[in-house]
Design a protein. Sequence first.
Length: 176
Amino acid sequence: MIRRILEYPDPVLRRIADPITEVTPALEALVGDMFRTMHKNLGVGLAAPQVGESVRLAVIELPLNENDPQAGVRYVFVNPKLGVLGQRRDITEGCLSLPGFRAEVNRAESAAVTFTNLQGELEHLEATGLLAQAIQHELDHLDGVLFFDHLESLDDLEQIPPDGLDWVLSEADELV
Ligand code: NI
């Protein structure tokens, strides 16, 4: 099922999401819905609160890129926790819950994350580049944080131009 994506200022987006106690068939169905919803909206990541489920679950799938072995892989993060972060730099980012806008956000270029997988096992992942950026963005969602909260001023938000679809397709990376 394709879900409706909640948009700012929906209050669900500001909640601290609840930990998941068990991987159930209902949770797996939600994961399927989230991938379908993300693909339909040309996103590369989606957090459960964005579809109205205030639980600590996020999915990421980067567009295929022969230079990036982390691209094209479906990542599912249950109860994720960030570990060591790398050097920080500003990088362009947008969010399906704030359509039409993007901004330069300060993110670590690498990030370690520990999470539970759909088999209920604990996993550890070292991510770099776009995957690391998407992980930081999605984990923020689980704590009610939106990408523009990292800006000094909302004036730093930039409207995506009318040819924005081309931008989305060529830089799909930034819609999370
Ligand atoms: Ni987002």
